[in-house]
Design a protein around this ligand. Structure first.
Ligand code: LLP
Length: 428
C-alpha cells in the first residue's frame, strides 16, 4: 500500500483517519481524498522535472477531478491547469489560478469557448485550421491578440487502452505532422493570433517511458522546422499520461524520476541544438491525484450463485472505469483489513446492468452485509465521470488534511435530481 494507506486494529486508514469512522460520519458511498498526498505527488513530479531544467510548468489536467477544493490544493502548489471547457475555466479562476497559467485545450471548441479565452486572455491549444480562423476573428472582434499553440498529432502507438490512446494517427486529436507547418504559417499571417507554443498529448495510463521520449523527439523535429519559418517558441507542452500502478502486485509503473530521466535529456539536447530555451509544460492528471482517493462503499448483501457476489452501494454511476475500460482497481475489506482472504468475490454495484462490476473475482475476507469496501486509486476520473444513471443522486466527496476531515461536495439528494426538470405545459 502507498504510505498514506495503513491498517490499524483491523481497519484501513487513509492519512490520519479510520475509514470505518469516516463512513459512519459522512455516510456511504463516499469519496475520500487525502490532500497531503496530492501535495506530495505534485512536489515529487515537479521536483523530478525541475532537477533537470528550471523552466518547468505543471498544468493540472482538470478533467481528472473538477472539485474546486482540488483546484485550490493544486493552485496553492503553483500549478496551472489544462482546461477543456468553460466550466473548467471558471473553476480554475475561482481557485485563484491566473489566466496565464491555463491552456484551453480541446478538439471541438464552441464560439463561446473561443470568446471566453479571448476575453480572459487564456492561451489556446488550437486543434484545426478552421478553429484558428475562428479564433483570429474572435480576437479581432475584441481588438486583441491571443497566444496559441497547435496540438500536434505525433502518430505514436502507445501501450494503453485504445479508448485513452490519443496520439494515434487515426485519433480525433491534433494536426498531423505533415500539415503542421502550414498551420503555423497561416497563424503567422493572421493578425490576432500569435503562435508561441507546441502542444501534444499521446494518451493516458502509460506505464512505459519510451513513448514519451519518442514524443519529445517528434516535437523537437517540429520545433526545428518552426525556427526556419520564424516561430519563436516560448513553450513546448508534452501533455500528461504518466500511468500509476493500479495492479500493485504486477504493474511496474515508472517513477517521476524515471519519466524525467527519459524525456528531459531528449528535450535538453534538442533545444540546445536549436539554440532556444522554451519552457517545458506537462499536463498530468492521474499521476497527481489518482492514488490520493478511496471510494468507500457498503456491502448491502452477499449472494452465492454460480459465484459469490458482494452487492455494494456504489456502482458504475460513481466509478465507471472498470465498466468502461475494463480497468482494475484494488479493493480492500476496510473493516476487516487484517482478516485472511478466504473467498473469491465479485464486487457489484446497484445499477440495473450486468456490466456493473467494480471488481471481478477477488480474494477477500469472509464478507457480510454492513461491511465496508474501499476501492483504491479512485482519485482520477472517478467522481469526475460519475452520473445520476438509474436516478441515483451522486455521493459526497470528503477532503482530509492531517487530522481534519470536511465535505468538499455534499451528497446529492432526490430533490437535486428533480430540480432541473421542468413541467411541460401540457402536463400541468
Ligand atoms: N492533457 C490532455 C490534452 C488530455 O487529454 C489528458 C487526458 C491529460 C492531459 C491528462 O492525462 P493523465 O495524466 O491523467 O493521463 N477517463 C480515462 C482517462 C481519459 C484521459 C483524457 N485526457 C480514464 O479513466 O482512464
Amino acid at each position: 500500500l502507498p504510505s498514506h494507506l495503513t491498517v490499524r486494529d483491523g481497519h484501513l486508514r487513509i492519512g490520519e483517519h479510520d475509514t470505518v469512522d469516516l463512513a459512519e460520519r459522512f455516510g456511504t458511498p463516499l469519496y475520500v481524498t487525502d490532500e497531503m498526498r496530492i501535495r506530495g505527488n505534485f512536489q515529487r513530479l515537479s521536483g523530478a522535472l525541475t532537477a533537470h531544467y528550471p523552466k518547468i510548468r505543471v498544468l493540472y489536467a482538470a478533467k481528472a477531478n473538477g472539485n474546486l477544493a482540488i483546484f485550490k490544493t493544486l493552485a496553492s502548489q503553483g500549478a496551472g491547469a489544462d482546461v477543456f471547457s468553460a466550466g473548467e475555466v471558471a473553476l480554475a479562476l475561482a481557485a485563484g489560478m491566473l489566466p496565464s497559467s491555463l491552456l484551453f485545450n480541446g478538439s471541438s471548441k464552441t464560439p463561446a469557448d473561443l470568446a471566453l479565452a479571448v476575453e480572459k486572455g487564456i492561451r489556446v491549444s488550437v486543434d484545426s485550421p478552421d478553429e484558428l480562423r475562428q479564433l483570429d476573428r474572435a480576437a479581432g472582434a475584441a481588438g486583441t491578440t491571443v497566444e496559441i499553440a497547435f496540438r500536434v498529432n505525433p502518430a505514436i502507438e502507445v501501450p494503453t487502452h485504445p479508448k485513452i490512446a490519443t496520439g494515434l494517427a487515426t485519433s480525433k486529436f491534433g494536426i498531423p505532422a505533415g500539415q503542421i507547418l502550414d498551420a503555423y504559417r497561416e497563424a503567422l499571417a493572421l493578425e490576432h493570433v500569435k503562435p508561441v507554443g507546441i502542444h501534444c498529448h499521446i494518451g493516458s495510463q502509460i506505464l512505459d517511458v519510451e513513448p514519451f521520449a519518442h514524443e519529445v523527439e517528434v516535437l523537437i523535429d517540429v520545433a526545428r522546422d518552426l525556427l526556419d519559418i520564424g516561430v519563436n517558441l516560448s513553450f513546448i507542452d508534452i501533455g500528461g499520461g504518466l500511468g500509476i500502478p493500479y495492479h500493485r502486485e504486477t504493474d511496474r509503473a515508472p517513477t517521476p524520476e524515471e519519466y524525467a530521466e527519459a524525456v528531459m535529456p531528449v528535450f535538453l539536447r534538442g533545444i540546445k541544438e536549436l539554440g532556444i530555451e522554451p519552457e517545458l509544460w506537462v499536463e498530468p492528471g492521474r499521476w497527481l491525484i489518482g492514488d490520493s482517493t478511496v471510494l468507500l462503499t457498503r456491502v448491502n448483501s452477499v449472494k452465492t450463485a454460480h459465484k459469490t457476489f458482494a452487492n455494494v452501494d456504489a456502482g458504475f454511476n460513481l466509478l465507471v472505469r472498470p465498466t468502461m475500460y475494463d480497468s482494475y482497481h484494488e479493493v480492500v475489506a476496510a473493516n476487516r483489513a487484517d482478516a485472511p482472504a478466504v473467498r473469491e468475490y465479485s464486487v457489484t454495484g446497484p445499477i440495473c446492468e450486468t456490466g456493473d462490476i467494480l471488481a471481478k473475482d477477488r480474494m477477500l475476507p469472509e464478507l457480510e452485509a454492513g461491511d465496508l469496501i474501499a476501492v483504491l486509486d479512485a482519485g482520477a476520473y472517478g467522481f469526475a465521470m460519475s452520473s445520476q444513471y438509474n436516478s441515483r443522486p451522486r455521493c459526497a466527496e470528503v477532503l482530509l488534511a492531517g487530522e481534519k476531515a470536511a465535505l468538499m461536495r455534499r451528497a446529492e439528494t432526490i430533490d437535486d435530481l428533480t430540480a432541473p426538470m421542468v413541467t411541460v405545459p401540457w402536463q400541468e
